[in-house]
Write a protein that binds this ligand. Sequence first.
Ligand SMILES: Nc1ncnc2c1ncn2[C@@H]1O[C@H](COP(=O)(O)OP(=O)(O)O)[C@@H](O)[C@H]1O
Ligand SMILES: [Mg+2]
Length: 250
Amino acid sequence: MDQNVIISLDNIHKSFGSLDVLRGINLDVSKGESAVVMGGSGSGKSVLIKHIVGLIKADQGTIRVLDKQVEELGEDEMDELRLSIGYLFQSGALFDSMTVFENLMFFLDRHAELTSSEAKDRIVETLEWVSLPEKVGHYPAELSGGQKKRIALARAVILEPKIILYDEPTTGLDPVSVRMVSDLIVRLQEDRGITSVAITHDLLCAEIIADQVHFLHHGEILATGPLNEISQHDHPAIATFFGSETIQQN
Ligand SMILES: Nc1ncnc2c1ncn2[C@@H]1O[C@H](COP(=O)(O)OP(=O)(O)O)[C@@H](O)[C@H]1O
Ligand SMILES: [Mg+2]
């Protein structure tokens, strides 16, 4: 296998009852690359990236992440691998009853062995990085949608992962916030060499962050390439996807 490939999905199949969601997914992501998965609602994008962190187990196929074969790992080894993988969930990112500081501390406490002063420093540093140091004592309800996403991003990076998975990082945000979150994602890639897989149907976000776009349809990757190629692809499902996105944006 190519030495640079650090995430590799080989012929992944996944069904829920009679619903065949993934029907032979092949997907490689190289070190430092920003891969974007696009596709219609319900096409299996979230299911696909959950396989990478072992939150969903494949019925068939193999997954290699950072030189580990995911389906062969025991719980402890899986937990260890997860420390190298940040995950920005589509929803339910922050605990409403905890301040920003408490949310980040809760996460650090569970996953990292830092002294409390190291943990505090790390939190302050990370909040500065997302340009929200003044929100440290605020509750999620006091934040805008874009600010919540930036805090969730802070949580995804606070353990200094090698890989970050983003599930719809900008959905529902105004264009200024979309740009801000997308720019942070690019900085993680450029400044820290982080490899990422992002799901998005936000064209502006994809335009800013994507090296490669993988279009998911009927359980398979229909096409892979740079966004400008994929968006011009003549497969009807892809044309419809990009056509309707354009209409929605106007
Ligand atoms: N844990 C689950 N159990 C049963 N069905 C699921 C589960 N997770 C996802 N699905 C179904 O799989 C399909 C793909 O879901 P998902 O990956 O969330 O789509 P999306 O591309 O919008 O992220 C949907 O029909 C969804 O209802
Ligand atoms: Mg989803």
